[in-house]
Design a protein around this ligand. Structure first.
Ligand SMILES: [Zn+2]
Length: 206
């Protein structure tokens, strides 16, 4: 059974301190965060001392080793199977570039279980009422990815609905969105509300 958590404001920590704080909190040997670049690279942690390079998803089959991402409006996505866990940083760019599909691919390669036994959870992130982009970008994106316009008005994008669609198409049946908007909730950092440096974390471990 995987353990996971999303931090909120108040754990205003930098990455190194975050790692120690979170590994202590979850009684883990270590927690690994990637150097996020809004891409589709997935790193597999195969030893607890391993340094994580540039990537937007981290996966491990090791017990007692956490993987995490840091976000402030982007989607922190945690995926777990019976013998594997993964953390994905899914902002608009990485999401549309295929970081979710790539993570599922790697997790299936590494796991002995079928993807239908996996579950996924979307943590606090900017919602479709609040995520406004330029008209041009909006129009171009919703033509290719209609789920982005699900339930939202004007030139806004629903990243959660696009992420859920991709997870479902990837074969994950058990899906959950915590449905907390970082822009609207005072409890979370939001880049669009002016939190340019501080981030919250999503962490998961076996
Ligand atoms: Zn919102």
């Amino acid at each position: 059974m995987a353990r996971s958590l999303f931090t909120s404001k108040g754990s205003s920590l930098h990455l190194r301190e975050n790692q120690r704080f979170l590994s202590d909190l979850l009684s883990l040997n270590s927690v690994h965060f990637p150097q996020q670049v809004h891409g589709t690279n997935v790193v597999v942690i195969s030893e607890s001392e391993q340094e994580v390079a540039q990537a937007d998803a981290v996966v491990t089959t090791l017990r007692g080793v956490g993987v995490g991402v840091i976000v402030a409006d982007c989607l922190p996505l945690l995926i777990s199977g019976p013998d594997i866990v993964g953390a994905v940083h899914a902002g608009r760019r990485g999401l549309l570039a295929g970081v979710i599909e790539r993570t599922i691919e790697v997790m299936v390669e590494q796991s002995a279980y079928p993807i239908s036994t996996f579950s996924a959870e979307i943590g606090p992130s900017i919602c479709g009422r609040c995520y406004e982009v330029s008209q041009e970008m909006h129009d171009e994106l919703v033509v290719n990815f209609p789920a982005l316009s699900q339930g939202v008005e004007g030139r806004r994008l629903n990243l959660q609905s696009e992420a859920l669609r991709r997870l479902r198409e990837g074969g994950i049946v058990s899906l959950r969105d915590v449905e907390i908007c970082t822009r609207e909730s005072e409890a979370f950092y939001s880049y669009r509300s002016g939190d340019l440096i501080e981030r919250q974390a999503g962490v998961i471990s076996l």
